[in-house]
Design a protein around this ligand. Structure first.
Ligand code: UDP
Length: 457
């Protein structure tokens, strides 16, 4: 620990998994810790460090470890299994070296906050006798489902259509994460997700990027067994409680946002008139699916702002961008927080990645759920039926979201009675999310407790 005046400053190493949806929440949690007086070092991979766009607002110290692919090639690695195996070997070695280096430079580490996609980081923390805190980047409900699988309490492949699990509402099989209802579709990801629990009994803390009021029942159930604390939503403070003045953006962006074009275009649109569409940083859609979405947006006759990553662009119908230019703007990446808080945006067609879901909940933006894979189907179920914050677009017999279905949902949200109800709920969640991170809120108190125990451990 470092002495500053007469006060001890604990030092946390925050070890991230290299994807946007995992780096963002851990970076934000780091800023909250920093604000509460903890010294924080965020650990990213060499490759991310070389390729990222660093935004102005982040003054958190960065260090790197290696995943064994410093020149990239993660996606091209023969299989995700192989990638993770190499990451575990090379990552462990380089994390050990980093902890030793920081110690020899006079900044010894007290605690490792790690992404449970990398359970070996906890083993290393324990080897050094450090505090270990798992930081889950998915919802508590989803974590609970994988925990049941890990324990053998949910047998796969699923044999029933209705699934009853402690802490959760009755779920249909298609409400389960895709790696569970479509068992063996991605064995490597399934292994990562279930593997999060392989050693987590050794963790001193289980932190989850959610907030108590959002997932009360499942949090209460899980907190009976573990030192679980909700610490989210991990969204830059200036968009929520406004207590950390320079915290206006996530800080690290894997893609370069097209900010000026987006904001200029949105500023010319009237309140609530724009449909914002994004499927996050990872999802790859089938050509057929891209076409249905494109025609659905066209048929809705609404203004739309659609994020299509460069690697997905070729799947757009020919001349779609040019022919839609009066109504729509298509960009490769955008500053999503600024978009979702812009008054012109009336609804969000989303893949329901957990960060996007939390962002829309926190800003009161109604969602139109088009889940792609992983936990997104479970998030979509909660969005529509539990939080009543949006609609899930039905799929046809091939699992495809058709253009008419998209158009229907857009109309229902933008002008229908159900839309009114959803907008009312959206405002309720916006307030609850802000209150959770504001002074004395449920997440704020949990972070305070974590910090207080760290200083005294
Ligand atoms: N995001 C962004 N610009 C975009 C699209 C997404 O900044 O054009 C951010 C978004 O705000 C969120 C993250 O990328 O924080 C995506 O995370 P999410 O969990 O929603 O999805 P994933 O990318 O992991 O599938």
């Amino acid at each position: 620990m470092e002495m500053e005046g007469s006060v001890y400053r604990a030092h946390c190493l925050v070890v991230t998994y290299p994807s946007q949806g995992h780096i963002n929440p851990m970076m934000q949690f780091s800023k909250r810790l920093d604000h509460k007086g903890v010294k924080v070092t965020l650990v990213i991979t060499n490759f991310i460090s070389k390729t990222m766009h660093k935004e102005a607002s982040s003054n958190i110290a960065l260090e790197t470890i290696s995943d064994g692919y410093d020149e990239g090639g993660k996606a091209e690695a023969e299989s995700i299994h192989r990638y993770l195996d190499r990451f575990r070997r090379v990552g462990s070695q380089t994390l050990i070296q980093l902890i030793e280096k920081l110690s020899s430079l006079g900044g010894p580490v007290d605690c490792v906050v790690y992404d449970p996609f990398l359970p070996w980081a906890l083993d290393i923390a324990k080897k050094f006798g450090l505090v270990g805190a798992a930081f889950f980047t998915q919802s508590c409900a989803v974590d609970n489902i994988y925990y049941h699988v890990h324990k053998g309490a949910l047998k796969l492949p699923l044999s029933e259509t209705e699934i009853l699990l402690s802490g959760l509402p009755p779920l249909q099989s298609q409400d389960m994460p895709s790696f569970i209802y479509d068992f063996r579709s991605y064995p490597a990801y399934y292994d990562i997700l279930v593997g999060q629990f392989s050693n987590f009994d050794k963790a001193d803390w289980v932190l989850v990027n959610t907030f108590y009021e959002l997932e009360q029942e499942v949090v209460d159930w899980m907190a009976k067994m573990w030192p679980l604390r909700t610490v989210g939503p991990t969204i830059p403070s200036m968009f929520l409680d406004r207590r950390i003045e320079d915290d206006k953006e996530y800080g690290v962006s894997i893609f370069k946002p097209n900010t000026d074009a987006c904001m200029k275009w949105l500023n010319d649109r009237s309140k609530g008139s724009v449909v914002y569409v994004s499927f996050g940083s990872v999802a790859t859609l089938k050509v057929e699916q891209m076409e249905e979405i494109a025609w659905g947006l066209r048929m809705s006759n609404r203004f739309f702002l659609w994020v299509v990553r460069a690697s997905e662009e070729a799947k757009l119908p020919k001349n779609f961008v040019e022919e839609s230019s009066e109504k729509g703007l298509v960009v490769r990446w955008c500053p999503q927080l600024e978009i979702l808080t812009h008054e012109a945006v009336g609804c969000f067609v989303t893949h329901c990645g957990w960060n996007s879901t939390l962002e829309a909940l926190s800003f009161g933006v109604p969602m139109i759920a088009v889940p792609h894979w992983s936990d997104q189907s479970t998030n979509a179920k909660y969005i529509m039926d539990i939080w009543k914050m949006g609609l899930k677009v039905p799929v046809d017999e091939k699992g495809l979201v058709k253009q008419e279905a998209i158009e229907d949902c857009i109309r229902e949200i933008m002008e229908g009675e159900r839309g009114e109800e959803i907008k009312k709920n959206a405002l309720k969640w916006r307030k609850l999310a802000r209150d959770a991170v504001d002074e004395g809120g449920s997440s704020d108190k949990n972070i305070e407790e974590f910090v207080a125990k760290l200083v005294h451990s």
